[in-house]
Design a protein around this ligand. Structure first.
Ligand code: NAD
Ligand code: UDP
Length: 334
């Protein structure tokens, strides 16, 4: 099932395409990335007029190539750190590297993207009176002392550490979003996304699920960092898209946690990938990175109560759903 089919199924079967005159003009920043490309596909199929802007730092034209000949899709190469003038009704603001190796590669650019990029998009929202949705992250909780994490938890972030360009960047972006709301009465939404995986993740992304699946498929050792006891909660991308769209179209600012509460440690994940992808794969241990959060699991009561939203795809099923896409891109035979 494609992401857009899965997300559409959640909304009760067929999603009617709106007549051209009623099309919502929706901007997706970072639309050529992993999550953004799935979101663009969903919105284009729903009938919105979608403008995707991306500087292709971690995204790729391949991710949205199948949308380029659709009349309600436009692609603009642009860096959100610079202002841009567009007329839109909704802005999904995703532009920002999300994988630790990518956001640490040029940390100053990362925090500029988070702060200046968000400021520019909020400025556009103010000028056009568009509704603005910020894709924040579970990283705002840092190495959490509260478990599972509710939206009311303020977090435990090292402000001077290697991850802070991303974590503090997103915290500043949340702050700006709320200040634009309070100062200018802007309609804003904030979602805090927990670890998400699925087809179209960059192969060189370095995130744990894409690493493990690619390693298992190419008969390389699965690299577990540290002792593998640190936990994460993994969400399949179609569940995220359904949640993000519900929040954008709903009437509450948030923040809302969007994630799958199924919690796994990295050794358990490695063994599950072995089971689903390649039983012969070997597991090896490598030194962990600095400030790695020791555990993370979303409390999703708020999304459940407000939108009846909850994840539909368990990890075992989701891993199987990304294998074909990874095989094709890694040139691995069936
Ligand atoms: P990704 O790296 O695949 O996508 C990010 C996209 O933004 C890429 O296409 C990239 O080229 C683009 N981009 C980066 N800097 C830009 C800039 N200055 N100007 C224009 N475009 C720029 O990451 P993703 O997983 O798709 O994440 C999308 C958003 O969701 C990010 O904001 C991320 O922080 C957030 N998020 C993702 C996850 C996850 O697990 N995937 C978890 C928490 C939050
Ligand atoms: N990780 C791992 N092996 C890898 C890549 C990551 O064990 O090849 C671990 C990493 O140390 C972290 C977890 O997986 O504890 C999630 O890392 P990821 O980079 O996917 O996301 P984040 O740290 O941002 O949650």
């Amino acid at each position: 099932m494609s992401t857009s089919q899965a997300a559409q199924k959640r909304f009760g079967g067929v999603v009617k395409t709106k007549p051209r005159s009623e099309r919502n003009r929706v901007l997706v920043t970072g639309g050529a990335g992993f999550v953004g490309s799935h979101l663009c596909e969903f919105l284009v199929n729903r009938g919105d007029h979608v403008i995707c802007i991306d500087n292709f730092f971690t995204g790729s034209k391949d991710n949205i190539a199948h949308l380029l000949d659709r009349t309600n899709f436009e692609l603009i190469r642009h860096d959100v750190v610079e202002p841009i003038l567009l007329e839109v009704d909704q802005i999904f603001h995703l532009a920002c590297p999300a994988s630790p190796i990518h956001y640490k590669y040029n940390p100053i650019k990362t925090i500029k993207t988070s702060f200046l990029g968000t400021m520019n998009m909020l400025g556009m929202a103010k000028r056009t009176r568009a509704r603005f949705l910020l894709t924040s992250t579970s990283e705002v909780y840092g190495d959490p002392q509260e478990h599972p994490q509710t939206e009311s938890y303020w977090g435990n972030v090292n402000p001077i550490g290697e991850r802070s360009c991303y974590d503090e960047g997103k915290r500043a972006a949340e702050c700006l979003t709320m200040d634009y709301h309070r100062e200018h009465n802007l309609e804003v939404r904030i979602v805090r996304i927990f670890n998400t995986y699925g087809p179209k993740m960059a192969l060189d992304d370095g995130r744990v699920v894409s690493n493990f699946v690619a390693q298992a498929l190419t008969n390389q050792p699965i690299t577990v960092y540290g002792e593998g006891t640190q936990t994460r909660s993994f969400q399949y991308v179609s569940d995220l898209i359904a949640g993000m769209v519900a929040v954008m179209d709903g009437d509450e600012i948030g923040p809302f946690n969007i994630g799958n509460p199924g919690e796994f440690n990295m050794l358990e994940l490695a063994n599950l990938v072995k089971e689903v992808v390649n039983p012969n794969a070997e597991i090896v241990f490598r030194e962990n990175t600095a400030d790695d959060p020791s555990r993370r699991r979303p409390d999703i009561s708020k999304m459940r109560a407000k939108y009846g939203w909850q994840p539909q795809v368990p990890l075992r099923e989701g891993l199987a759903l990304m294998v074909d896409d990874f095989k094709r891109r890694l040139h691995v035979d069936a």
